[in-house]
Write a protein that binds this ligand. Structure first.
Ligand SMILES: Nc1nc2c(ncn2[C@@H]2O[C@H](COP(=O)(O)OP(=O)(O)OP(=O)(O)O)[C@@H](O)[C@H]2O)c(=O)[nH]1
Ligand SMILES: Nc1nc2c(ncn2[C@@H]2O[C@H](COP(=O)(O)OP(=O)(O)OP(=O)(O)O)[C@@H](O)[C@H]2O)c(=O)[nH]1
Length: 437
């Protein structure tokens, strides 16, 4: 199920990033700190009234060296193309400006729901400043203060009110959904075409799926798959299309709806900064993941090249140590036959449920081999382990004090679990919980 997208737009300096940070602030603080994950401050998950959504600060999307007004237009256009709800911000101290009117008229043409926040209404005396903004024709106007955190609740209530109803996806329960992501030109479309060229395509364009995704359903060895081409979702010819930050949203939305993410790297060019950013998001999405090194046909290689490349990948993407790496060529189709079996395996592992008694045996053996850590003379005690979820598998450890489970011991336990069970390709969550005596 895809999460709704909220885009913040408005002219420079009205307080977009302040509001963005307020909305994601608390959440950001509780996100587990994974070493090596690069964070991009303009996109985030957020939550209000138990509804999760994505929020984008379009002000953070730099578009070449264009003049400010043109940048603003492009940012508004991104909001129009991508968002389910647009949060339009203005500055209550400046009154309505020509630039506000310009943005408003663009937004109106889109017919997307718009929620107008008049920012910098820091105290009750300033309340009256909001009325002139009714002239922008967006309906109710919300006076807010990003600096003081005032009025945001009402604004967000209204935003959530406009969210589309959850859409059902028209796929069978056991259909494996995969998304192909990666930076421009790595060969995503070529890979999708190569896979589809070999297999029987059942239908394309399933009704009821998210409007801007290109989904194709096909069958292989009795298994039904859906492949989502994020490159195919590109709207050609738009300036912002070339900006890196923009393409991230496409990947985020696609990953939300999949079981297995195929992260494509260009073997000819090697690993770039943008690959790492995309990988960070892929990890956070909690999906099964396969790293596909494409264009292997044009790489000059000897018998060590592949091992060296893999070493580089392991080094650069330490947090993706669970992801298998496949080398192939979408053009020559060399090694392509390994892809779907790997996808199937990763999907199975993503949904793996291990029996509680076996799980506890493995954990207790691990503790015997490498005793739990101590801190201030207190030792971590693990009483019991149980798997509470699949996709990805999540294991709760009932312990005397969750604080005592340090990163290195957690990693040790994860390695032991991975040795014992088939978790290749899937992230694994280990959640310490205080045991109620
Ligand atoms: N008084 C007051 N100042 C605010 C408020 N919100 C933001 N500001 C200030 O307004 C300035 C601009 O805030 P930003 O959040 O950077 O604005 P922005 O819209 O993201 O700006 P760009 O990045 O240029 O697009 C900063 O100096 C903020 O401290 C508010 O509610 N009240
Ligand atoms: N030699 C070689 N070239 C490839 C391979 N896969 C793709 N290419 C070429 O790489 C270029 C980019 O391929 P695309 O499939 O369009 O890449 P993409 O990732 O979908 O690109 P965007 O649409 O920009 O995101 C094309 O010229 C392809 O022919 C491969 O395995 N080997």
């Amino acid at each position: 199920m895809s999460k709704p997208v909220v885009a913040i737009v408005g002219r420079p300096n009205v307080g977009k990033s302040t509001i963005f940070n307020r909305i994601v602030g608390e959440r950001q603080a509780i996100v587990e700190d994974v070493p090596g994950v690069t964070r991009d401050r303009i996109y985030s998950k957020a939550e209000w009234l138990n509804r999760e959504f994505y929020i984008i600060d379009t002000g953070g999307i730099e578009i070449g060296n264009e003049p400010l007004l043109e940048q603003m237009r492009e940012q508004a256009q991104i909001a129009i193309d991508e968002a389910d709800v647009i949060m339009f911000l203005t500055n209550g101290r400046d009154g309505v400006t020509g630039a506000d009117e310009e943005v408003a008229s663009m937004l109106h043409r889109s017919k997307k729901p718009i929620v107008l926040g008049v920012n910098k209404i820091d105290n009750v005396e300033m309340k009256d400043n909001i009325y002139e903004f009714y002239a922008l024709g967006t309906g109710e106007v919300f006076g807010i203060s990003g600096a003081h955190g005032l009025g945001l609740g009402d604004l967000l209530d209204e935003v959530v009110h406009h969210f589309p109803d959850d859409e059902e996806e028209g796929y069978e329960e056991d259909t494996i959904r995969m998304a192909v992501i990666g930076r421009p030109n790595v060969g995503k479309s070529s890979l999708v075409n190569a896979v589809l060229g070999e297999e029987r395509v059942i239908v394309s364009d399933i009704p009821g799926t998210t409007r801007d995704a290109v989904d194709t359903v096909f069958e292989k060895d009795g298994q039904e798959y859906v492949i989502i081409d994020t490159a195919g979702m590109r709207k050609k010819g738009k300036v912002y299309e070339t900006t890196e930050k923009y393409s991230v949203l496409r990947a985020l939305k696609a990953m939300e709806r999949t079981d297995v993410v195929l992260m494509v790297i260009n073997g000819e060019e090697g690993i770039r900064e943008q690959d790492k950013r995309i990988a960070g998001y892929a990890h956070e999405a909690g999906r099964a993941l396969i790293i596909v090194v494409n264009k292997w046909d044009v790489v000059e290689k000897d018998d060590r090249t592949m091992a060296q490349f893999t070493e580089k990948i392991r080094d650069e993407f330490q947090f993706l140590s669970y992801a298998p790496v496949l080398y192939l060529s979408a053009t020559t189709k060399h090694r392509l036959q390994h892809l779907l079996p790997a996808v199937k395996q990763a999907a199975d592992n993503h949904n793996l449920r291990v029996p509680t008694n076996v799980l506890n045996d493995v954990v207790m053996d691990a503790v015997v081999m490498n005793p739990t850590p101590t801190e201030n003379n207190r030792r971590l005690r693990i009483n019991y382990a149980t798997q509470v979820a699949v996709a990805p598998p999540a294991i709760v450890l009932f312990v005397n004090d969750p604080e005592l489970l340090h990163f290195s011991y957690r990693r040790y336990l994860e390695n032991k679990l991975r040795e014992a069970f088939h978790f290749e390709g899937t992230p694994l969550k280990i959640i310490p919980r205080q045991k109620n005596e």
